[in-house]
Design a binder for this molecule. Sequence first.
Ligand SMILES: Cc1ncc(COP(=O)(O)O)c(C=O)c1O
Length: 378
Amino acid sequence: MKLFEVYSLLPIEPVRAEGSWLWDKDGNRYLDFYGGHAVISIGHNHPKYQQAIKNQLDKISFYSNSVLNSIQEELAEKLGRLSGYEDYSLFLCNSGAEANENALKIASFVSGRKKIVALKNAFHGRTSGAVAATDNPKIVAPVNAGHEVVFVGLNDLISLEQAVDDQTAAILIEGIQGVGGIYEPNNAFFQKAAELATKHQCLLILDEIQSGYGRTGKFFAHQFSGIKPHLITTAKGMGNGFPIGGVLISPEIKPWSGMLGTTFGGNHLACAAAVAVLDIIKEENLIENAANMGTVLSSAIGELIAPATLRGKGLMLGFDTPAHAPTLRQNLIKKHRIFTGEAKPNVIRLLPPLNIGSTEIEILIEALRMELSANQPQ
Ligand SMILES: Cc1ncc(COP(=O)(O)O)c(C=O)c1O
């Protein structure tokens, strides 16, 4: 059997990883400023994380959600404490799309409605409601297109006000738009969304799947604005590569037996991985490191490119590829062995592990300096 070829692949196969570095089978070393799509939070192969998974494997790796599982409770308690959402409850699943799908479902159950207000340029995943709320018709199949979704412009307060009404089940916003190219909702937009959700009795969902888990220098990106959404979705950095996702749910929302469910969500191994991630984030002050290293990284990049084209917070940064260096991302990987992310049409995204250090930042900056000065327009 062949693989179903849906990905455009780089001709590189990492076989080993540690911290912010990856190695291929020939021993070539690559610096990771992409974190496998914002997934690597505590660094590759953190020894404490590895040990926690191994220990769990020796005990029990899976049983269904029909029995008690105290590792889920430990995870919920630690996540509540570190994120500042101690009074919320947690539903566990396996991926980002699934977290959004469940959040939309909760909003629809609670409001009794089905209209979703989402943002232009948004990405929320590939499954039914999540992809319908994603502003990219190329990945929406006819079977997903039946959802009632209205897209409004980012930071367009008037359009948001016009779109949200008494038919609305949910307003769905990314903490920072990631796949769309690192665009941030401003405080006024977050606050207007929260206000409209209260006024029309619909639910505000914050998709923090890429922007959460400490990446921006706060646990969740929306926490810079002071709002409290009804639902917050998370995945990626939550398991540092072990598949796990979750929905943080406001205490106003009451569950009932059978409201949501999953076979694999919250399994023992995934929870052990996610608990280790939270312990390491806390013990190693990684949220603070993301804030500090983010400042170092953004000020250094700001000296190399037009500062106005640099966007984002902490270690979730993006900038427009300068016109005189259109192959910058390809050159970084081919010539300098540095992984970065992209966003169409021309954005470079930086999503390194949260424990990246100044040495690694200097290596990236030196490579950027070489590439940008080599291609300087005459
Ligand atoms: C903001 C956001 N939401 C949802 C998803 C979907 O997550 P997953 O690929 O785990 O389904 C992604 C993935 O890139 C994302 O960036």
